[in-house]
Design a protein around this ligand. Structure first.
Ligand code: ATP
Ligand code: MG
Length: 386
């Protein structure tokens, strides 16, 4: 900012970073808005990347960090509910702030001017309100992604959506049909992973459910998942909460919607796996638990346990048995056997399906009696059966 100001331009930090700073949170990134044109910004800084030059954004790399510097701009006519036909640069900070979505996202700050708050964003911050800058009907008409963003920010900040803004959301619900699945997924995921995951049901209350999940929306936006979401934390939060969201679907139905939403394959596969096993009885029986571990694999087994903890169907004793099995290193998968398929072929088992069947039988024996898991005993069993 000093570099820009010393060259005679205005410069402010703007948007989310000012909002977060006022709230006492550490911003994820620092955006700068300036009266300098992109070419002028590039001239002043050696190390820049044209991240969004057509919208006036240049990224400056400093201390290993990227700072986006965007020229004050006015967004032109919107024709597709998402992209302005053209952007126009302006020398006016006020014009730039007017194009921003919500009052709490439209602050600018520099040390000389302090916080610039043209739309009473400070009182909305204090009152916990998401309110559009200007007429909400016009703002959602321009860009329907803002509809998703309103709910997302309300969940991240525990804010309420102001009445007129909320009315406009429902009014333009069908415009979400013009927004790409990817953009919808990003906002939906941020809501689901926020401190208020139950706000995903706000999407349905506001009439957006069917545009987010084009199939099975009624079964997914289900208030009964609200008790589960907050108990799911940690690294795999997204997968666990997605499983709770899809808990009334079959694994195949869940795969469909997760794929449509453009989630990654790991999220899709693991969510479907949780759904497949979450309601299977797991008695506290050492042999049964080893079989379950072998069938699910360790990662899915762990996730299913996490899911059950949240759902209140977790069996403490069975979990301790599982811990004990893992600690003791008892075999529960074919790969844990002391013999390989090749050993069986060498011992005379005919090629083809029989090798696999034979390995399965040996695993079954070893699961019941881990002491059998030596090459010698296993080959003896094979020879006897041959
Ligand atoms: P986050 O913490 O999620 O990054 P953010 O407020 O920084 O929140 P960004 O998506 O990074 O959100 O956008 C930066 C700023 O750009 C916003 O604060 C807002 O002023 C403006 N902005 C972003 N998207 C839109 C939009 N669709 N319509 C209007 N203004 C927007
Ligand atoms: Mg940001």
């Amino acid at each position: 900012m000093n570099t820009l100001q010393n060259a005679g331009f205005e410069a402010f930090i703007v948007g989310g970073c000012v909002r977060d700073s006022i709230l006492g949170k550490v911003p994820g990134d620092w955006d700068i808005t300036t009266s300098a044109l992109p070419q002028e910004v590039k001239g002043l800084f050696g190390n820049t990347v044209d991240t969004g030059i057509q919208h006036g954004t240049v990224m400056v790399i400093r201390h290993g960090c990227g700072y986006e510097i965007t020229t004050y701009r006015i967004d032109g006519q919107y024709n597709d509910s998402r992209h302005p036909e053209k952007v126009e640069f302006t020398p006016s900070l006020e014009e730039d702030l007017k194009r921003r979505d919500f009052t709490i996202n439209a602050f600018a700050y520099n040390p000389e001017r302090g916080v610039v708050d043209l739309f009473d964003g400070i009182s909305d911050l204090n009152n916990g309100l998401i309110r559009c800058v200007g007429d909400p009907f016009r703002r959602f008409d321009e860009d329907a992604l803002r509809i998703m963003r309103a709910v997302r920010f309300s969940s991240q900040l525990s804010f309420k959506i102001e009445d007129e803004t909320e009315k406009a959301i429902s009014h333009f619900a069908d415009r979400l049909a013009n927004i790409s699945c990817e953009r919808i997924r990003v906002e939906f995921e941020k809501t689901l992973c926020s401190p208020n995951p139950s706000y995903v049901n706000e999407y349905a209350r506001l009439g957006l459910g069917g545009y987010i999940i084009r199939r099975y929306a009624d079964r997914c936006f289900d208030r009964s998942s609200e008790a589960l979401y907050p108990q799911m934390t940690g690294e795999d939060l997204k997968i666990l909460r997605m499983a709770a969201f899809c808990k009334n679907l079959t694994p195949d139905e869940a795969r469909e919607i997760i794929r449509d939403l453009t989630f990654d394959n790991r999220t899709r596969d693991l969510t479907a796996a949780i759904l497949k096993y979450k309601d299977e009885p797991m008695p506290n029986d050492r042999v049964q638990i080893k079989k379950a571990l072998g069938e699910m694999g360790l990662e899915v087994f762990g996730l299913v346990q996490e899911y059950r903890k949240a759902a209140g169907t977790y069996d403490e004793a069975a979990a301790e048995t599982a811990e004990d099995i893992l600690r003791s290193g008892e075999p529960y998968m074919v790969s844990h056997l002391a013999v390989s398929g090749n050993d069986l072929i060498d011992a005379g088992v005919p090629l083809g399906g029989q090798v696999g069947d034979c390995l399965d039988e040996l695993l079954d024996a070893v699961i019941r009696d881990p002491g059998l898991n030596t090459k010698e005993s296993l080959l003896r069993i094979v020879k006897e059966s041959l």
